[in-house]
Design a protein around this ligand. Structure first.
Ligand code: IPE
Ligand code: MG
Length: 222
C-alpha cells in the first residue's frame, strides 16, 4: 500500500491525511476480495524500516490502525473476515497490540477471507527468525540438517499457515519489493499500477485480477 504521502502532498494535505484516506482503500478492497472470492489478502501496512519515520507519523499510523480496527470490526465479522498479522508485532505499542489481539480473537472463527496485516514486517528478519528456529531444532537433536528442505523452511516462516500469494499488487508505480515476502513471492505474478494507494478502489482490484487472469503461469515449465 504505497503512495499515501504523495497523495497527500499533491493535495496540499498532511501525510497523515493520506494514510486516513488509505484506510478507505483498505475497506473497499476487503469488500472487493469478498465479492471475488479471494481467500487470502496480505496488506503490507508497516515495515520494520518504517520505524525510521518521524515519531508523530509512526504514532499517527498506530492510532489510525487502532481506530480502523474498532470501527471496522463489526463489518469484518459481518463479512466473514478473519484477521491475522505477520511481523514482529511485539514491537508495536501496547494499545495497538491489544486492539489487534482483540480483533484476531473476535474474528478467529470466520472463514470468508483471511486478512493478514504485515506489521513491523521485514522479510529478511522473517528469514533470520526461521533460520534461528531451525538451528534450535537441530541443536536439540530434533532435526537432521539433511532434512531441511523448502517445505521445512516454509514451515518456519510467519506465513506457515498461508499459501504463497498468486498476485502481488504494488501501487504508486514503485518497481521494488521493499523487503516484502521475498521467499513467498518466488512465482507470484506482479501487477504494478501508478495509482496511489488512497485512490485505489475495488474497480482497480478487479482490473488487477483481470490482468492476472490473462497471464500464463508456467512455474519454470514450458
Ligand atoms: C504507504 O504510503 C503507507 C505506509 C508505508 C505506512 P507512504 O507513506 O509510503 O507514501 P509515500 O511513498 O510517501 O507516497
Ligand atoms: Mg512509500
Amino acid at each position: 500500500m504505497d503512495g499515501n504521502g504523495r497523495w497527500a502532498h499533491g493535495k496540499g494535505l498532511e501525510r497523515l491525511n493520506g494514510h486516513e484516506r488509505g484506510a478507505e482503500a483498505v475497506r473497499d478492497c476487503v469488500k472487493g476480495c469478498r465479492e471475488l472470492g479471494v481467500e487470502y489478502l496480505t496488506l503490507y501496512a508497516f515495515s520494520t524500516e518504517n520505524w525510521k519515520r518521524p515519531k508523530a507519523e509512526v504514532m499517527g499510523l498506530m492510532k489510525l490502525l487502532e481506530r480502523f480496527i474498532s470501527k471496522e470490526l463489526p463489518e469484518l465479522n459481518a463479512q466473514g473476515v478473519r484477521l491475522q498479522t505477520i511481523g514482529r508485532t511485539s514491537d508495536l505499542p501496547e494499545s495497538t497490540r491489544a486492539a489487534l489481539s482483540g480483533a484476531i480473537e473476535s474474528t478467529a472463527a470466520n472463514t470468508g477471507l483471511t486478512l493478514v496485516l504485515a506489521l513491523s514486517y521485514s522479510s529478511r528478519v522473517e528469514i533470520v527468525d526461521a533460520v534461528q528456529s531451525l538451528a534450535r531444532e537441530v541443536q536439540a537433536g530434533r532435526l537432521n540438517p539433511a532434512a531441511i528442505d523448502e517445505a521445512a523452511i516454509a514451515r518456519h516462516l510467519y506465513t506457515r499457515d498461508y499459501p504463497d500469494p498468486e498476485l502481488l499488487i504494488r501501487t504508486s508505480g514503485e518497481m521494488r519489493l521493499s523487503n516484502f515476502l521475498l521467499w513467498q513471492l518466488s512465482y507470484t505474478e506482479f501487477y504494478i499500477t501508478d495509482t496511489l494507494w488512497p485512490d485505489f478502489r475495488k474497480d482497480d482490484l478487479y482490473e488487477a485480477v483481470r490482468a492476472f487472469g490473462k497471464r500464463q503461469r508456467r512455474f519454470g515449465g514450458i
